[in-house]
Design a protein around this ligand. Structure first.
Ligand code: DX5
Ligand code: ZN
Length: 219
């Protein structure tokens, strides 16, 4: 069942010189999850932040820390992100050889386990993983950078995964990430997503706009 819409601002679009302040600002502005993009310059062509930054941000918000790992390998870093205060840890199906084991390792830390699919990856790639999952993240851009355009073909994937979650009756968040704005959010919600990640659309205009920006994304 599609749950109430939750907005997960991606701090990739925040001012990195004052990250703590930015996290407090989106918390106050109504963010449901704080989406943290971790990139390794290997799985994706960009490098962002590691577990020490997540740990430093933890005291700035009680909201769900939703950590999106765009790294390969994943397994050696799971414990560090859990210890840093991640509530959800999402790995990519395209990273590492043993995703089932990775998801078990995430849950073993007490964190919730998510899997992410790149735009070219079919929904069937996660057919045998649903029981291990708390969140499925459909990438609607190629991962690596904020501010890209929404890839409309991913709506079909969201619809297919929504059907599967509902037919299994499992409590799994269906998240979409990339190019989500006040226009595309309508289609994404219609397709069945219930957690919307938004970087540039949240941080546009500076702190005085965050609350209005987040509100506009609820459909
Ligand atoms: C892309 C990241 C996204 C990104 C979204 O690799 O996973 O979370 O920050 O940025 P926007 O919302 O600007 O497309
Ligand atoms: Zn992300």
């Amino acid at each position: 069942m599609q749950k109430p819409i939750r907005i997960a601002p991606s701090i990739l679009s925040a001012d990195f010189a004052k990250l703590g302040e930015e996290v407090r600002a989106i918390d106050t502005a109504g963010a449901d999850y704080i989406h943290i993009d971790v990139m390794d310059g290997h799985f994706v062509p960009n490098i962002t932040i590691g577990p020490d930054v997540v740990k430093a941000l933890r005291p700035h918000s009680d909201k769900v820390f939703d950590v999106h790992l765009m790294i390969d390998p994943v397994d050696p870093y799971i414990q560090a992100f859990a210890d840093a205060g991640a509530d959800i840890i999402t790995a990519h199906i395209e990273a590492g050889q043993h995703t089932h084991r990775t998801l078990q390792a995430i849950r073993a830390t007490g964190a919730k386990a998510g899997i992410s699919l790149n735009p070219a990856t079919p929904e069937s790639s996660i057919d045998y993983l649903y029981e291990e999952l708390d969140l499925i993240l459909v990438m609607s851009v190629n991962p690596g950078f904020g501010g890209q355009s929404f890839i409309a073909s991913q709506l079909r994937k969201i619809e297919a995964i929504r059907k599967r979650i509902d037919s299994l009756g499992l409590d799994i968040d269906l998240q979409v990430d990339g190019g989500v704005n006040p226009v595309t959010c309508i289609h994404v919600i219609e397709a069945g997503a219930d957690v919307l990640v938004a970087g540039s659309a949240t941080f546009k205009g500076g702190p005085s706009e965050y609350a209005a920006n987040i509100k506009r994304l609820r459909g």
